[in-house]
Design a binder for this molecule. Sequence first.
Ligand SMILES: NC(=O)c1ccc[n+]([C@@H]2O[C@H](COP(=O)([O-])OP(=O)(O)OC[C@H]3O[C@@H](n4cnc5c(N)ncnc54)[C@H](OP(=O)(O)O)[C@@H]3O)[C@@H](O)[C@H]2O)c1
Length: 293
Amino acid sequence: MRILVTGASGMLGSTLAIELSRNHKVYGTGNSDITLPIDYKVFDLSNESYKELIDWSQPELIIHCAAITNGNYCQENCLKAIDVNGVSVHKILNATNTTTKIIYISTDAVFSSSLHMAKEVHSVFPENIYGKSKELGEFFLNNSQDRQYTIIRTTIVGLNINKNRIGFVEWIINTALENKKLGLFTDVLFTPISIWDLVDEINFLINTDNINSETIHIGGELCTKFDFGSKLLKTLNISTENLFKRLISSFEGRAKRSNDQSLDSDFYQKKYKRDSISLDQTILKIKENYEHN
Ligand SMILES: NC(=O)c1ccc[n+]([C@@H]2O[C@H](COP(=O)([O-])OP(=O)(O)OC[C@H]3O[C@@H](n4cnc5c(N)ncnc54)[C@H](OP(=O)(O)O)[C@@H]3O)[C@@H](O)[C@H]2O)c1
């Protein structure tokens, strides 16, 4: 299958594009250059027309991973966030014909902080611009005509192939290795899944032709950010000496973000007979890939 992966210079997109290229013809795009073993094109999704991108890749499936993921930047650059994260879906729909399938990577941030273990049937209520922009992307797909799509809401953790990028996991590891104080929230819940496990699930959906115009939640086991970081460092044999517990209520200067980011993946796991993913598995996947690189 010919697959276009957007956000291929990002954490999820780069790993996804490389893994899929084992069995598919994969084209990757991002907003900056990166050397990957796939056909790759720099393309700004703020462009009005996506004709150049679609003519180049002629995709049968688009996996839309690209997004402005920095919450503070989204708050300060509302129109840009809405355009790149949300309106891009509308532009993709317009630039392709109905035979092109779409997988849209969405987020727990479409829900309000009052929801615990959010299910697909729950109403969305984003509390920040990032969440609103992703809700808009979902809206365009849900209102598309005759289109096969899947919206995957998830909370990913992993490592960046692009060593210039620092995500949550790298930040925890680097801070601990540099012997700096590392405060992690004990009052923020999430259900993290590793990018490698999510890639396996996306592969499963593609290979079994299960792009069924639906929204699904794919996440891991419930934990706090503190528990995640503590377990990660212990598993990697990195000192937790400087790790301390903190409360999100004591933290200023970040975009309003839910303190309960948990997603319930029961619907997906039961419908497609997929195993649940434990926190131990998520951490072990990170360890394997950390030691491998
Ligand atoms: N990371 C998380 O915690 C998390 C949680 C839930 C859901 N998600 C979703 O998962 C997906 C992947 O996240 P990630 O963490 O892998 O993201 P990431 O590492 O921040 O990468 C974002 C990607 O989007 C691209 N991008 C940003 N602005 C663009 C523009 N104007 N034109 C073209 N491409 C642009 C970036 O390109 P350049 O870097 O080259 O500029 C990069 O390839 C996103 O859709 C995100 O909303 C992430």
